[in-house]
Design a protein around this ligand. Structure first.
Ligand SMILES: [Zn+2]
Ligand SMILES: [Zn+2]
Length: 226
């Protein structure tokens, strides 16, 4: 089996992140992961990037956590994929199979109408997973769902180890709309790794391999080990 982390943050891209991309890569290699997806908070979430900078500069800074993790991953034998976490008034959406060029081409992507942003990701060949749709925390004003605009639901969020009912509700939501489900840790620090993610029998070579296996229901979802 191959093990992947699908949802994680770096201190370079996320204001709430406590470890660099390189540190994250090493820590996940040590824990036996085959690969990781870096999903830093975009500018409409808890981004570490100064929003007053010009667009190109912001994108360069945003991608640093991923690039750092990728460089380290190439050295130590860990597959590192790009993604991001897009905020819609604290509802959060993991976007995959897009890249730096996509972001450079989509100026002010963080301020677009959510449906326009979701459509642009799909038109570019990307896909969207609704992260922790039923999380309840102070920073979340209300629960927002876009069942017709996402490709799947994060039904196991490792950071919910103390609130498993949030994950249970996400599973019911996915079932109601026949959306496939996946799992991720939402790790922000190497000192607090939730140990969640997915296991696959087939190696993930590109983010689209991950999407296909989500849709085929072939992933083993790993609950948090905390
Ligand atoms: Zn965060
Ligand atoms: Zn996250």
């Amino acid at each position: 089996m191959y093990k992947y982390e699908t949802h994680l943050h770096t201190s370079q891209g996320s204001a709430c992140g406590a470890s660099t991309g390189a540190e994250m890569a090493r820590a996940h290699k040590e824990k036996g992961y085959t690969g990781i997806f870096i999903t830093d908070h975009f500018f409409n979430g808890n981004s570490a990037v100064d929003r007053s900078l010009p667009w190109k500069e912001k994108i360069e800074l945003f991608c640093k956590g991923y690039e750092d993790a990728k460089a380290e991953g190439d050295k130590i034998g860990l597959d590192v994929f790009f993604g991001l976490e897009y905020g819609v008034k604290a509802a959060e959406f993991l976007m995959y199979n897009i890249d730096k060029q996509f972001l450079l081409d989509c100026e002010d992507f963080d301020k677009w109408h959510p449906k326009k942003a979701f459509d642009a990701v799909h038109e570019a060949g990307g896909f969207i997973i609704h992260a922790h749709p039923f999380r309840e925390r102070d920073y979340i004003d209300h629960i927002k769902l876009y069942p017709r605009h996402v490709d799947g639901v994060e039904a196991v969020n490792g950071a919910h180890f103390d609130h498993l009912e949030f994950n249970d509700r996400a599973k019911v939501y996915a079932m109601m709309y026949e959306l496939p489900i996946t799992a991720g840790s939402d790790t922000h620090s190497v000192n607090c790794m939730y140990g969640s993610g997915v296991e696959t029998e087939e190696k993930i070579l590109t983010p689209l391999d991950y999407l296909r296996q989500i849709k085929e229901g072939r992933l083993t979802l790993r609950e948090s080990t905390m």
